[in-house]
Design a protein around this ligand. Structure first.
Ligand code: ATP
Ligand code: MG
Length: 402
């Protein structure tokens, strides 16, 4: 089968393919981008596979970066574009269900396609648009089926992450997992325990933020994979509650996904849950604050102090999640009130601890923090203007009565 008109992203890479072929090697487009043209989806990055070894690629192109040379990948810089060029390879004897013990570079395209995860991802295409389809991947795409290449059980033993990849593709593509492949996932889901959290994280977040999220979640529950993901053991009921949110309510960001998940599943230990997922401290802090405010919003309206303590990003995410789960949202009103607050943080207060110590001629102590907190609150609530003189007068008065 031949594609008539190749999208711009592929045409731009033609000189790269020509240069590899001129040096006597083979080069093909492979992976998700080939699947995506058949689906008529937006192409984000085109991957190229070649019979040339990494050192040979580096001799062909003047500008290259070794991004993953031990796995056979060299980044070629061409104009403003960059292309990942990976040598055909096989992966032998996976003893730990995670990563191949060794990667062997080969000169044969078919060997390379054989080790890919699903038939829809095991297609290759020449620069002229000729498709190489050794495993009926095109048919699988037309039938919206996710089918393991070869023996599904063996393939999941080689790399258990493929099970999570399969689930996230249901969510992104609105495809179904073919029966034998699904059975193999059900049988081998416990192998996910061997996979690093960082790799599972990427797939799980892709599953949650995709267009057909509920399809992904249904397979996540049905196959039992959730029981082998951090902090989700035994959470079937909670995950089923998450299914009541319609797909149209898309989780636009990772943080929205985490906040909604934690709220719907009633996860109390937010920090330790997200630590298990190895989230950054920044994300943990934001999600923790947002979940606290979201729960508070179940029974209370925003008030000035909670708006001030939350900050713009938390207010916004809390109201976005409320809307996603079908509750009344006051995003614009709350953000407008927040924008009008006299200060947004204690750093904007017109006096510092140092100013206070100078004027009061006192030695520092715990009282200073309390006094600053009192002044901060008074300014936020507009009980005092944010002016140095007024704050120092109030400071003196407060100190005399404490
Ligand atoms: P996306 O559109 O999300 O980028 P993709 O299919 O391109 O999807 P990538 O993670 O970019 O996914 O991987 C590129 C290709 O590499 C896949 O299409 C597949 O052929 C192969 N691949 C990736 N991960 C694995 C894996 N764990 N096991 C086997 N093959 C894999
Ligand atoms: Mg890709």
């Amino acid at each position: 089968m031949k594609m008539k008109q190749l999208p711009e992203e592929f045409l731009k890479a033609t000189p790269i393919m020509e240069a590899i072929e001129a040096a006597g090697f083979e080069a093909y487009f492979v992976g998700g981008s080939v699947r995506d043209i058949i689906l008529n989806h937006h192409i984000h990055d085109v991957d190229i596979a070649t019979s040339a070894f990494p050192e040979e690629i580096k001799q062909i192109f003047p500008r290259t970066v070794d991004v993953g040379i031990e796995h056979g990948t060299v980044l070629v810089l061409h104009g403003d574009e960059e292309y990942e060029i990976t040598t055909f390879r096989t992966e032998s004897t996976y003893q730990d269900y995670r990563r191949p013990d060794e990667v062997t570079f080969v000169r044969s395209l078919s060997e390379d396609l054989k080790r890919r995860d699903f038939t829809m991802n095991a297609l290759a295409m020449t620069k002229e648009g000729e498709l190489i389809d050794l495993f009926s991947g095109i048919e699988a795409i037309h039938q919206k089926q996710i089918i393991a290449v070869g023996n599904a059980s063996e393939r999941f033993h080689e790399d258990a992450l493929r099970m999570m990849r399969g689930l996230r593709f249901t969510s992104q593509l609105d495809f179904d997992i073919e029966e034998q492949t699904k059975q193999a996932i059900m049988e081998h889901h416990a192998l996910l325990e061997k996979i690093s959290v960082e790799r599972i994280y990427i797939e799980f977040i892709k599953l949650l933020t995709a267009e057909y999220r509920n399809k992904g979640l249904v397979s996540f529950v049905e196959t039992g994979c959730f029981n082998y993901c951090p902090g989700l053991k035994g959470q079937q009921e909670g995950l089923e509650k998450l299914l009541t949110i319609p797909n149209e309510a898309i989780f636009e960001t990772d943080t929205i996904a985490w906040i909604t998940l934690i709220y719907m599943l009633h996860i109390n230990e937010v920090t330790s849950f997200l630590r298990q997922w190895k989230c950054s401290n920044k994300l943990i802090h934001h999600v923790d604050k947002s979940v606290t405010q979201l729960i508070r919003r179940d029974t209370e309206e925003w008030d000035i102090l909670s708006l001030y303590e939350s900050g713009e990003e938390v207010i916004s995410d809390v109201e976005i999640v409320r809307e996603l789960i079908g509750l009344s949202s006051q995003k614009d009103e709350a953000l407008n009130i927040y924008k009008e607050l006299p200060i947004k943080s204690i750093r904007e207060l017109a006096v510092s601890g140092k100013d206070i110590l100078n004027v009061l001629e006192e030695s520092p102590g715990p009282w200073l923090g309390q006094l600053l907190g009192h002044l901060e609150k008074s300014v936020v609530l507009a009980q005092l203007p944010n002016e140095k003189e007024a704050l120092l007068i109030e400071g003196k008065k407060w100190k005399e009565s404490h």
